[in-house]
Design a protein around this ligand. Structure first.
Ligand code: ADP
Length: 356
């Protein structure tokens, strides 16, 4: 078992609480992501796992063993570096052998591990090539192989693909997910890209100023964010969150322009949230005026056709909302529309931003 556990871990730099009372368990063989904005504490968590930093408070355990006073070398956790740096003058083979040669491991053992990792990562046929002759995906595999020949209990990656262009990033993350699944080894992965975190992680932790705000499977967090902060962190376009007030039979937002007829809506709610894909938009008709159908009036402010889907920005009272519609619906700026949403798809947030 190579699970990694933090128990109430705090790390300060001067007055900065880089990691603030963090508790989590990364399970054996899990692809676990830390996701948060810059300076939220992601890299500090990795350094605490590696042993490059020691907690001011709390405890780090690797495979059941407390490691606060264990050196990085003895922890046996491998870092795969940010730019996947490989030595340009060495073949893939020599790059992978390097950490073992450096540790003066016996030649027969080195060759055995090299054969084993090459087979697992399907790179046997490219071992003779220098990095410059490898594709991005091949370089990635070689860099991971170099980390894995040490037989680490887990490997870590700090925003490894942020430098790549968008298309290559998409390909690379699919590749990474596959590699991790095939290897079945614990991977802790840091990213500031929500789409990347959602696409690769088995589970993820969302950070804000050194604090873990929520831990769970991406879909679970997306559907049931624990707070308005977390709700805003996942999803593009971002969740519409509007100040709200209690009204007869439900809740109102946008100075009454949006009404949610939900008698069970929590009375303490001060904000409502609706995902763009949960907003239904239809043309305004006379029936609406007669109050025959449940929809709030809105004016189309702008339309962004993005091929497979269209983002429509709506003005309801003083509020702006974004709706995500399938395909390329015939909607023009300045048209009046009726907007609605299933009551079950509305999120409610209280005074402290927590979900209700
Ligand atoms: P992230 O990886 O999410 O960008 P970091 O873990 O690098 O965040 O940083 C968290 C906080 O700790 C930031 O406020 C950062 O300025 C501070 N910090 C990180 N490393 C150091 C350091 N070596 N010395 C002083 N402050 C640091």
């Amino acid at each position: 078992m190579a699970d990694i556990v933090f128990r109430n871990v705090t790390k300060r730099y001067g007055n900065t609480l880089a990691v603030n009372d963090a508790s989590f368990t990364v399970n054996d063989n899990e692809f676990f992501c830390f996701f948060g904005p810059p300076l939220s504490g992601k890299s500090t968590i990795l350094r605490l796992v590696l042993g490059l930093e020691v907690p001011d408070q709390g405890e780090v355990l690797i495979a059941g063993r407390p490691v606060n006073s264990v050196s990085p070398a003895e922890r046996n956790v491998a870092m795969v570096f940010q730019n996947l740096a490989l030595f340009p003058h060495m073949s893939a083979r020599d790059n992978i052998r390097f950490p073992l040669v450096e540790r003066k491991i016996a030649e027969a053992e080195i060759e055995k591990r090299l054969a084993d990792v090459s087979q697992k990562l399907h790179i046997g046929h490219i071992l003779h090539k220098p990095p410059a002759q490898l594709s991005g995906g091949e370089r990635q595999r070689v860099a991971i192989a170099r980390a894995l020949v040490r037989h680490p209990v887990a490997y870590l990656m700090d925003d490894p693909i942020s430098a790549l262009d968008a298309r290559l990033r998409e390909e690379t993350r699919v590749e990474l997910k596959r590699i991790q699944r095939e290897l079945g080894k614990t991977l802790i992965y840091v990213t500031h890209d929500q789409e990347e975190a959602m696409s690769v992680a088995d589970r993820m932790a969302i950070l804000e100023n050194g604090r873990i705000r929520q831990i769970g499977a991406p879909a679970e967090i997306y559907d049931r964010p624990a707070s308005a902060y977390v709700a805003r962190m996942l999803g593009s376009p971002m969740m519409n969150i509007l100040p709200s007030v209690r009204a007869a039979g439900g809740i109102e937002a946008a100075e009454g322009a949006i009404r949610i007829a939900d008698a069970k809506a929590p009375a303490e709610a001060i904000e409502i949230g609706v995902r763009p894909e949960d907003i239904k938009v239809r043309p305004w008709t006379d029936q609406e005026t007669a109050g025959g159908r449940p929809g709030s009036p809105a004016r189309v402010f702008e339309v962004e056709p993005l091929g497979g889907y269209t983002v429509v920005t709506l003005a309801a009272g003083q509020a702006r909302l974004r709706a995500l519609l399938r395909g390329q619906p015939d909607i023009r700026p300045d048209a009046m529309v009726a907007i609605s949403c299933e009551p079950g798809r509305v999120h409610y947030f209280g005074q402290d931003g927590g979900a209700l």
